[in-house]
Design a protein around this ligand. Structure first.
Ligand SMILES: Nc1ncnc2c1ncn2[C@@H]1O[C@H](COP(=O)(O)OP(=O)(O)O)[C@@H](O)[C@H]1O
Ligand SMILES: [Mg+2]
Length: 397
């Protein structure tokens, strides 16, 4: 029987009382948005009332300050819950014996001792800009096949500016950008970059550090937010031109010329509170989406003309190939002022929350393609097995 390892990082349970803070306003409740799920929580992050005010470039409401501090304190936002890991284990068990390999410091010894035939990698890793590459690199070291992209691609995609350099080299549209390692160069950015600008920590995911305050209309906004991000995240800040158009996220499954885009997910920013800026950041993922009031922000398949769908698909696939993605990945795309699809980032370890009530884009796109959660996980396993010459046999239906 095939022995299938699953490598994961388990999100710690919140300790005791919620550590969240009141988000301004008498009827706001306390909550713990930082310990929610990797992807947006209609799935159990605490109840937090949406800040309804538009955070204008001047006179921003105080709660946006608190929100961005919470967003900077979201250490485990990328890790998976027991529910997600159990669902993946269930899906994999149709093809063999599943061995849980938590990506803790004893992972190398356990991997070597267990020597599974293949590892299903969903470990987001801990610590540093190469964190997502650790598990696959250890698998390579011990010559154990694994699912998904290799360490180079995982590290590359976790560096948003290096990703953009590669995309630019291959002629894939991506917003003009600069990287700031200190505040010194902030004044030199204009006129090279045109306002409004959007800033983000260079090595994060799950909207860590991305709040409404990251949209900068003026040099003063920019200096303040770059300073905040440099201080909070201790890593360079990516400064990009702001893309004003519609946003999509595209799930890709497959390898080489067989790689294909599942039905495209569109963001409906009308679902955000009145006056919110149209971005899918920390507030939309972790604050405004609640189990008792899910944020209906996704439309899948996206209701767009065929010609736009085809352009988005080809941009997505070019990005996937340019970055060397394997088996699966999710590509975030947004239209510029001329309606041209630009790639914002590529996620080679896509979020895979199993509960359809949760806003998890990859499983949602798979469902729109008629594929169950189990089939999605099994497809990724099968693609990786095929690539590495491993034969899988179904042991249960
Ligand atoms: N250049 C940009 N222009 C407009 N919106 C952007 C830009 N970059 C990011 N965003 C918004 O911020 C969100 C999060 O950015 P992204 O780079 O995808 O980070 P994460 O890794 O946290 O998902 C995007 O989904 C999009 O709504
Ligand atoms: Mg993203």
């Amino acid at each position: 029987m095939t022995r299938i390892g699953v490598a994961f990082n388990l999100k710690p349970e919140p300790l005791g009382a919620p550590v969240g803070a009141t988000l301004g306003g008498a009827d706001n409740e306390t909550a713990d948005p930082i310990h929610g799920d990797e992807e947006p929580p209609s799935n159990g992050a605490g109840p937090v009332r949406a800040p309804r005010q538009r955070p204008a470039t001047t006179g921003r409401p105080d709660n946006t300050v608190l929100l961005q501090e919470l967003a900077a304190d979201d250490e485990y936002a990328e890790w998976d819950t027991a529910e997600t890991i159990d669902a993946v284990v269930r899906a994999l068990s149709a093809y063999g014996t599943v061995i849980r390999l938590e990506a803790t410091p004893d992972f190398p010894e356990r991997l070597r001792a267990e020597r599974p035939d293949i590892v299903f990698n969903m470990a987001e890793g801990s610590g540093g800009k190469n964190r997502e590459a650790h598990v696959p690199a250890i698998c390579e070291f011990f010559d154990v096949p694994y699912t998904g992209s290799d360490p180079l691609t995982l590290s590359l995609c976790l560096d948003k500016s290096r990703t953009k350099e590669v995309l630019s080299h291959y002629g894939v549209a991506t917003p003009c950008f600069a990287v700031l390692e200190s505040l010194d160069a902030v004044d030199l950015l204009s006129p090279a970059l045109r306002y409004p600008l959007f800033v983000k920590p260079i090595h994060e995911g799950s909207s860590k550090g991305i709040t409404e305050r990251n949209l900068c209309q003026t040099p003063a906004d920019l200096a303040a937010q770059v300073e905040f991000l440099l201080d909070s995240y201790a890593q360079p800040v990516l400064v990009e031109e702001y893309l004003p158009g519609a946003e999509f996220t595209c799930a890709v499954l497959g390898n080489g010329s067989d790689a294909a885009v599942l039905p495209i997910v569109a963001m409906d920013f009308d679902a955000l509170p009145d006056g919110a800026i149209p971005v899918y950041g920390f507030e939309a993922k972790w604050v405004w989406d609640r189990p008792d009031a899910p944020l209906r922000i996704f439309e899948c398949p996206a209701a767009i003309p065929d010609s736009l769908r085809r352009t988005i698909e080809s941009t997505t696939l070019r990005a996937y190939q340019a970055l060397g993605c394997r088996d699966w990945s999710r590509v975030d795309v947004r239209l510029d002022a001329a309606g041209v699809p630009n790639v914002i980032e590529v996620n080679p370890l896509p979020g895979i929350l199993p509960n359809p009530a949760d806003n998890s884009c990859f499983p949602k796109a798979a469902r729109a393609a008629g594929m169950s959660y189990e089939t999605l996980i099994q497809s990724c396993l099968a693609l990786a097995a095929d690539r590495q010459g491993l034969r899988l046999r179904r042991v249960r239906t």
